[in-house]
Design a protein around this ligand. Structure first.
Ligand SMILES: [Zn+2]
Ligand SMILES: [Zn+2]
Length: 429
């Protein structure tokens, strides 16, 4: 079966994460988005793990299901058209801060696990190293190589995946505190790294420029800090709904792993270089000439993901890696509606329209990916046009930098004026 999987999200026990992140709410948004396999997030956190144990039950194949009564309650609240199974996969993210070769390193890793018993065994070991209670994404003073060793000793069924590998802070290739290669970070255990996560600010094409990643599966997850952000990036599989199959497909990068859904990387918070406080946004080509010195404050700019990829690249942009998979850039439906309707993505107007569309066509990823434009145009010509443009990549983006998201526009100024006129004539969308 073909399905979408999002293998890295957080619970409400992680810093800066929404209080809405309960298992029921996560289940609800998976149904609305059309996600079949979702990370539990934060299984290292004792209170969250207690909820996982109470509200989820094992499905015999390493995946978990929400309690029937809780699921029933949610099902009654969502459109009939948004059907489909939702399974949870045990997942956590660990933040490592440690010194190696005289430099402070900060690396985030996602660890997927097949069963609660394995999670409990791992948690016991990690609790001796640091405080698991303080944050759903615990911070440990542990070398990434040693964490991988502990994970493998606990269970060879687990998989450790370096998270959002290009973010300047907190990632394996990050400009601020990362490494230049997987080998430098994981040393003798590097062969146990089968996959990396692109993060929002990079896409597979950027990662194809790095030859060391040729035999590494490039996966994408949302790293959602609130339920609605689930599946802003995701993976496409064609296999059984089973932990072993999913992990095996990732490890072998074979036909069962179809590719990814991607944020437009320019929309990510660290795509370009710059200084937020100085209002300086810079193309890496410029930065290279100026040695990354801010033209305003003369301090070092925050070097973004694109620049860092160029630094480590052995291939030119546009060249494909031999094992490249397909990927598709998507824009969250509420953002698309927000532009069309000229209202914020969190407004009631946009929300009402969002649910109308879901009720008519089914889950969001289906609308963005699968429903033909001719069908969508029966609901709204402009919506069909917007989605066609998104699918074709013919949109305009002001790249994100130094922690600021990029800005997407699907329509140009003239078209937007025409939209405005339509609205004044009372034509909704
Ligand atoms: Zn992270
Ligand atoms: Zn500056």
């Amino acid at each position: 079966m073909r399905f979408y999987a999002d293998l890295h999200i957080h619970s409400r026990f992680s810093r800066a994460c929404s209080k809405q992140l309960t298992l029921s709410e996560i289940y609800k948004w998976c149904r609305l988005k059309g996600v079949s396999v979702i990370a539990t997030g934060d299984y290292t956190h004792p209170e969250w793990l207690a909820e996982i144990k109470e509200q989820l039950s094992e499905n015999n194949n390493g995946l978990y299901e929400l309690d029937k009564n809780l699921a029933k309650e949610i099902d009654s609240l969502i459109p009939e058209s948004c059907k489909g199974p939702v399974r949870f996969l045990l997942s956590t993210e660990i933040s490592l801060i440690y010194k190696k070769k005289d430099r402070v390193r900060k690396v985030h890793n996602v660890i997927l696990a097949p069963r609660i018993e394995v999670v409990e065994k791992l948690n016991k070991k990690l609790a001796k190293i640091g405080n698991l209670q303080a944050d759903g994404r615990p911070i440990l003073g542990l070398d990434a190589r040693d964490l991988l060793e502990i994970v493998l000793e606990t269970s060879e069924e687990c998989i450790l995946i370096p998270a959002h590998i290009w973010t300047p802070w907190f990632s394996i290739f990050g400009d601020k505190s990362g490494f230049d290669s997987i080998k430098e970070c994981f040393e003798d255990l590097s062969d146990h790294i089968y996959a990396i996560e692109t993060g929002l600010s990079s896409d597979p094409a950027m990662n194809w420029m790095i030859k060391e990643l040729d035999n590494i599966t490039i996966i994408s997850n949302s790293d959602a800090h609130s339920p609605e952000k689930i599946a802003r990036e995701a993976n496409i599989f064609d296999c059984k709904l089973s932990f072993t199959e999913i992990i095996d497909a990732i490890k072998k990068n074979d036909k069962r792993f179809k590719g990814t859904l991607e944020f437009y990387p320019e929309e990510g918070k660290y795509h370009y270089d710059g200084h937020r406080s100085c209002n300086v946004r810079q193309d890496p080509k410029e930065t290279i000439k100026t040695q990354a010195i801010c033209p305003k404050c003369k301090k070092r700019l925050t070097v973004g993901v694109l620049n860092r990829v160029f630094q480590l690249a052995q291939r030119k942009r546009g060249e494909k890696s031999p094992n490249a998979k397909h990927y598709f850039n998507i824009i969250p439906l509420k953002e698309i509606l927000s532009e069309i309707m000229g209202k914020g993505p969190a407004t009631k107007t946009v929300n009402d329209e969002y649910f109308k569309i879901l009720a008519r066509f089914g889950s969001e990823l289906g609308v963005l990916q699968e429903i033909p434009a001719t069908k969508l145009s029966k609901h709204s010509d402009i919506l069909a046009q917007a989605i066609s443009r998104m699918r074709a990549g013919s949109i305009d983006i002001q790249p994100g930098y130094d922690g600021l998201y990029g800005e997407i526009s699907i329509f140009d100024t003239l078209e937007r004026e025409q939209l405005e006129n339509r609205k004044q004539l009372g034509l909704a969308i």
